[in-house]
Write a protein that binds this ligand. Structure first.
Ligand code: CUA
Length: 382
């Protein structure tokens, strides 16, 4: 009994450890794992990680092995004579200085190489994207195409994406675990990062630097598309105008604040081949419903328009809220906070301070009915 309880006490630390292993085994997918690289930069970092782990494992096995061997082989017995003293032995001192130094070199060389590779200007013709961190959402601009979007970064597979990053307010950190490590973004200072996506898909990213109360709800998505699809997406984004999305009423709309957001001249957006057909498919049929028209009116009356643009092409810069040109088609709203369902979108519009306390969007006293109309209106912006 006494022995049993002592053994139990000694092994009690095993219980939480086993529980942890079991719990960890239950997790099915790891959307933000850094151990499954999907691009060149992530692979450089992953290789470096494994190089370090291999050396560390070797050191651990040799040192612990020697220690355990010595403990059992040279264990002192009562009455043993004093063992020979090696303190100050020059040869031994040299050996155990040189070996760690060599190991450090074996880790330092690939580390420095990787740092240089990471900071190299991407070769070829990279696609430049400007990234701007805001409390608490991400703005993405494609200067090459004069497009602006938010929280969902569309990229073509196989092309290097060169990010020029900054922040609107405080320090954030852009982290795209499957493609690249973290990189801080600052106000008034540009940082850079590059990555390439090898496979089409949707990937998650996250702000990785504490930036205020809703730091945890500052996520984003990367949608990697085959080049032809990406071109189609660009053409479609360029074709989004207030008219095509919301019907002809937009012409008669005048607001005093940030009117540019809704009064974009749709002629400014050249219609790429196929784009007109795309937007025709997406918008006008819905655009005619009275609910959508009411939603559009509310978008102006409630002041949404003061902070959000509804066009991606040639969008006004410096607006306080995310660009909503294709909000109807995004998978998440409120920077990764909620899946983009009608219910969630309505709830978010009515109670932003409840969903994401401290966010700049105020509760605007939107009724349930009004929220439905706004959702219907926003759904036409895809
Ligand atoms: Cu932005 Cu944390």
């Amino acid at each position: 009994m006494f022995l049993g309880s002592r053994v139990t006490r000694r092994l009690s630390w095993l219980i939480p450890l086993l529980a942890l292993v079991v719990i960890a085994a239950c997790a099915k997918d790891f959307p933000q794992t850094t151990l499954a690289p999907k691009g060149d930069l992530a692979r450089i970092e992953d290789d470096l990680f494994y190089t370090t782990v291999k050396w560390a494992t070797l050191v651990f096995i040799l040192v612990e092995g020697a220690l355990v061997y010595a403990i059992f082989r040279f264990r002192g017995k009562p009455g043993d004579a004093e063992p020979p003293q090696v303190h100050g032995n020059t040869i031994v001192e040299i050996i155990w200085t040189v070996i760690p130094a060599l190991i450090l070199v074996m880790i330092a060389v690939p580390t420095v190489k990787a740092i240089f590779k990471e900071n190299e200007t991407p070769r070829g013709t990279p696609l430049t994207v400007e990234v701007i961190g805001h409390q608490w959402w991400w703005e993405f601009r494609y200067p090459e195409f004069n497009l602006t979007t938010a929280n969902e970064l569309h990229v073509p597979v196989g092309r290097i994406i060169s990010l020029k990053m900054g922040a609107f307010d405080v320090v954030h950190s852009f982290w795209l675990p499957e493609f690249a490590g973290k990189r801080d973004v600052f106000p008034n200072r540009e940082t850079r990062l590059w990555f390439n996506a090898e496979e089409p898909g949707e990937y998650s990213g996250q702000c990785a630097e504490f930036c205020g109360i809703q730091h945890a709800r500052m996520a984003f998505r990367v949608v990697a598309m085959p080049p032809a699809d990406f071109q189609g997406w660009l053409d479609h984004m360029k074709s989004i105008t207030v008219q095509s999305a919301a019907g002809p009423q937009a012409d008669s709309v005048h607001t005093s604040t940030a009117g540019g957001a809704v009064q974009q001249d749709n002629k400014a957006a050249p219609q790429a081949p196929g784009a007109a057909a795309d937007s025709a498919k997406l918008a006008p049929a819905q655009a005619q419903t009275p609910q959508v028209a009411q939603g559009q009116k509310l978008f102006l009356m409630k002041g949404c328009v003061g902070c959000h643009s509804l066009v991606a092409y040639n969008a006004p810069k410096g607006l306080l809220g995310p660009n909503l040109a294709n909000v109807g088609a995004r998978s998440y709203i409120a920077a990764g906070t909620l899946p983009n369902t009608d219910e969630n979108l309505a709830h978010w519009i009515r109670f932003p301070q409840e969903v994401k306390h401290g966010v700049l969007m105020p509760n605007l006293g939107v009724t349930e009915e009004e929220a439905k109309a706004l959702v219907a209106f926003l759904r036409t912006h895809r």
